[in-house]
Design a protein around this ligand. Structure first.
Ligand code: FUL
Length: 447
């Protein structure tokens, strides 16, 4: 589909000339997707029976008595998440073992059957209230795969699961993200479930209209194809989902990782990765928490490639975040604050020029030499993603151009670290498929 541009095309930092070229109309974010994309960074908490059993996938027949945090403190999780610069917390309200962290009426494998707080506890209540108190968003992971529920593997289970979602989306205030895991293994009767995704989606849309739904194929946000923190250097916010389903029926991992330039739907990527080797807490991994360098690398390859980062920080057997994880989060925050403290572009004279609708150049000039090491680009995605490649050069007073860095898509944010360069003029040239706008920031090298 083509749209004709007859208005002025505004470049981000200044406006350029009027143009009247044809350009492809591209999918664009819904308001809920646009708001989500600005969050950038939030916490995943895997917590449940596996926390106490050293397992990653519980079998579903664990004694509920194993779930017994000695000192649950969701406010501590929320304080740490906030201090880490995160915008919310998503909790595994129910993982594949089927154990519900709230007293669900749909199951007999819940906190109500545990000895924790004499069966009167409710982790979702405590965490949702803690998030509210700390000004954080609250989200839920509710595994459709259930290795405990007796109806799993029968049509009845879809109704049970829909009702389970209904409980979660009515009892705990606003939910910003619903995480649908595509995993679909056997239940207690050895059968797999045919999930009724339309039913599940309709419950969430009805009860939480602003909530974004995650799965391999959306409908709002997609899995990025790996759990190690890496988005493709090319990352389109669009993919084709026709004929695909979450889980085994999902598009190929490289498609999820890079999106598709001709994707018919706007479904941006989210990067889920754990701060430890596993998703659940284990004392065996207390000394294996990711380093600041590793977390910075992940930041550049997730948020810095236009996706949001969902960093898993698994609470321990007390029901608190372990000191090793909180220290790692604080060091990581300090490293980001330091790296991005001084936007050198703020002191530059910036001229934006547009050549038709297919090229934007941004010239950033300083009165004296600066030392540059990081380029940050941001594309205005309100009308879709149009920028398809870019390059940055240092221009010497005699006009010689020395390459600094280059890339393909920009999206919400693109970060590139390059060989430190002394310069007083940086030119960024962006190729676009339509009248998009791009902003630039420049930071000193990371020391
Ligand atoms: C996967 C699950 O199987 C893992 O246990 C974990 O919850 C991860 C975030 O999603 O599909």
């Amino acid at each position: 589909m083509y749209r004709r541009l007859i208005a002025f095309c505004a470049a981000a930092i200044m406006l350029a000339s009027a143009c009247t070229q044809d350009y492809p109309q591209r999918p664009a974010p819904s308001p809920r997707q646009a708001a989500w994309q600005d969050l950038e960074y939030y916490m995943f908490c895997h917590f449940g029976p596996n926390t106490f059993t050293n397992k990653e996938w519980g079998l579903g027949n664990e004694d509920p008595a194993v779930f017994n945090p000695t000192d649950l403190d969701c406010r501590q999780w929320a304080r740490i998440a906030k201090a880490a610069g995160m915008k919310g917390i998503i909790i595994t309200a129910k993982h594949h073992d089927g154990f519900c962290l709230w007293p669900s009426a749909q199951s007999t494998h819940t906190v109500a059957q545990s000895i924790w707080k004499d069966g009167k506890g409710d982790v979702l209540k405590e965490l949702s209230e803690a998030c509210k108190a700390e000004g954080l968003l609250f989200g839920v992971y509710v595994s459709p795969w259930d290795r405990n529920h007796p109806t799993y593997g029968t049509p009845e289970y879809n109704k049970v699961y829909a009702q389970t979602l209904r409980e979660v989306h009515t009892g705990y205030g606003k939910i910003f993200e619903q995480w649908f895991d595509g995993a679909n293994g056997e239940g207690p009767n050895g059968k797999k479930q045919t999930y009724d995704w339309d039913l599940f989606h309709s419950v969430v849309r009805e009860l939480s209209p602003d909530c974004v739904m995650f799965s391999d194929v959306g409908p709002d946000i997609r899995w990025i194809g790996n759990e190690s923190g890496y988005v493709g250097e090319t990352n389109w916010n669009t993919i084709n989902t026709e004929g695909f389903t979450p889980g085994a029926g999902a598009p190929a991992r490289n498609v999820l990782n890079q999106g598709e330039i001709d994707g018919a739907e706007w479904i941006p990527g989210e990067v889920d990765v754990s701060i430890r080797p596993g998703w659940f807490y284990s004392p065996d991994t207390d000394d294996k928490v990711k380093s600041t360098e590793k977390l910075m690398e992940i930041w550049f390859s997730s948020v810095g490639r236009g996706s949001n980062l969902l960093l898993n920080v698994p609470p321990d057997r007390r029901g608190k975040i372990h000191p090793a994880d909180s220290a790692a989060l604080m060091n990581f925050k300090a490293a980001r604050d330091k790296a991005f403290a001084t936007d050198l572009a703020k002191d530059a004279k910036i001229r934006a020029k547009r050549k038709g609708i297919n090229e934007i150049t941004l010239d950033l000039k300083w009165g004296q030499e600066i030392q540059a090491g990081i380029l940050e680009l941001r594309e205005d995605l309100a009308n879709g993603q149009y920028a398809s490649s870019f390059r940055a050069e240092s221009i010497s007073p005699d006009g010689t151009a020395t390459p600094l860095c280059e890339g393909t898509t920009i999206g919400h944010k693109r970060l590139l670290a390059f060989e430190p360069a002394k310069t007083s003029h940086i030119r960024v040239t962006v190729s676009t498929m339509g009248p998009t706008s791009v902003e630039a920031s420049v930071f000193p090298p990371i020391k």
